[in-house]
Design a binder for this molecule. Structure first.
Ligand code: ADP
Length: 400
């Protein structure tokens, strides 16, 4: 094994990692450290079909990465195959429109974006700093969720509020899930090369959910905004609402602004509507058992997703493809069915039989051959995209 890449997603209370080999195509080992900063943090590592779990003491990011390094010391062949580390970074502000090799000035710039992602960016910087001290000889790369959407025009990324707020506080739409959209655009391009010169709509539907319009391989609009709260109804997030509701709810329930925002981030969406769960699979089971509120939550999710898709489509010259991805997009035939039902006025139709026989982890066409707009289910793979960017930048570095 050679050219293995360690991909790290360092969050505020968890740190996920995976080591990918063979151009990002093969998972060697993967794991997650959870409960960081709380009591009883744990590190779980999956290797060769076996999962091992250990307690972290102290329960912090440093212990997590030291635990991963200890495991690697015991698997010297894997450690010696590592050629680089790729870090997922949520926010690159207006500074980064592509992935970059990390150096001190890049670290400083990621830090400057902390205002825009106060929970995420400090956790990423912690992961980068620790990885640099534990693996000093490995080049490291930052891959930004926001970078793919830096191609949006001012008409799309500005809000209808005083320009001063953009100029002074960088208030604008940034968009997220960019690494997933870039992967999907490239994957569809491999299957249908002409799609790279056409209009593509993608619905990334997971716990967090958004849509993206892609013209000629570039993002032209997306539904998440200044933060990931905007756009679609999600697992626990409200998505777009009338902004006046924030002051109204705060006043009625005697809450602070941050308590009100917390309701919109953590207690809304599928969970808030169904009063049962944020999880699509649980809601589908409840719907089958006759729970009307679960059905309402799922149908509202589908309806808003359809509306957001058509809103983003206004930035395309033609709609040639619609792609479903993410945990819900890849697995829920009910949601795909509902969303495309809502889109029938736009000549988007699927073959119900094909929709019900999608093979897991494979790209599938679920529209009929006579349809002008092709509808796809394509599994996303953000970790592979991060590994490929890392390999690419390392190779360029060694050529210089
Ligand atoms: P995240 O945004 O956390 O990465 P995922 O992309 O993993 O989320 O998606 C998680 C969602 O996918 C959950 O709502 C889960 O219920 C849903 N999901 C996964 N498998 C299925 C399935 N077979 N049927 C319906 N929903 C599914």
């Amino acid at each position: 094994m050679n050219d293995a890449i360690l991909v790290i997603n360092s969050g505020s209370s968890s740190l996920k990692f995976v080591i990918l080999a063979e151009e990002g195509n093969s998972i060697t080992v993967e794991g997650i450290a959870e409960g960081l900063g709380f009591e009883n943090g744990q590190l779980s590592i999956k290797f060769n079909g076996q999962k091992s779990t250990s307690t972290l003491s102290p329960s912090d990011h440093k212990s997590a990465l030291m635990g991963i390094n200890e495991w690697l010391e015991q698997h010297a062949d894997i450690k010696s195959a590592l050629t680089g580390i790729g870090h997922r970074v949520v926010h690159g502000g207006e500074f980064f429109s592509s992935s970059v090799l990390i150096n001190n000035s890049i670290i400083q710039t990621i830090n400057e974006c902390t205002d825009l992602a106060p929970l995420h960016n400090p956790a990423h910087l912690k992961g980068i700093d620790l990885a640099q001290s534990l693996f000093p000889s490995l080049p490291q790369v930052a891959v930004f969720d926001t970078a793919f959407h830096q191609t949006l025009t001012k008409e799309q990324y500005l809000y209808g509020i005083p320009m001063r707020l953009y100029k002074e506080h960088h208030v604008r739409k940034y968009g997220f899930h960019g690494t997933s959209y870039r992967y999907i655009s490239q994957k569809l391009g491999e299957i249908q090369p002409e799609s790279l010169h056409q209009g593509v709509l993608v619905a990334h539907l997971g716990n967090g959910a958004s849509v993206c319009a892609i013209q000629n391989g570039q993002s032209t609009d997306t539904s998440m905004g200044f933060t990931p709260l905007d756009g679609l109804i999600m697992g626990t997030r409200s998505g777009s609402i009338d902004p006046s509701l924030i002051a109204f709810i705060a006043e009625k329930d005697d809450l602070t602004l941050s308590e009100t925002t917390n309701i919109l981030n953590k207690e809304s969406g599928l969970l808030g509507i169904s009063e049962l769960s944020n999880d699509c699979r649980t809601l589908e089971e409840a719907m089958q058992a006759g729970n009307n509120q679960a059905t309402l939550a799922l149908d509202m999710f589908a309806s808003r997703a359809a509306k957001q898709l058509m809103s983003a489509a206004t930035t395309l010259t033609t709609i040639n493809h619609l792609v479903f991805t993410g945990g819900i997009g890849e697995n829920s035939q009910y949601i795909r069915n509902k969303i495309t039902d809502y889109l029938s006025a736009f000549n988007i139709q699927i073959d119900k039989a094909k929709n019900s026989t999608v093979v897991k982890d494979e790209a599938s066409l679920i529209s009929n051959d006579d349809q002008a707009i092709q509808v796809w289910v394509i599994p996303t793979n953000e970790e592979k995209m991060i590994a490929l960017d890392t390999l690419d930048l390392i190779t360029k570095k060694s050529l210089n």
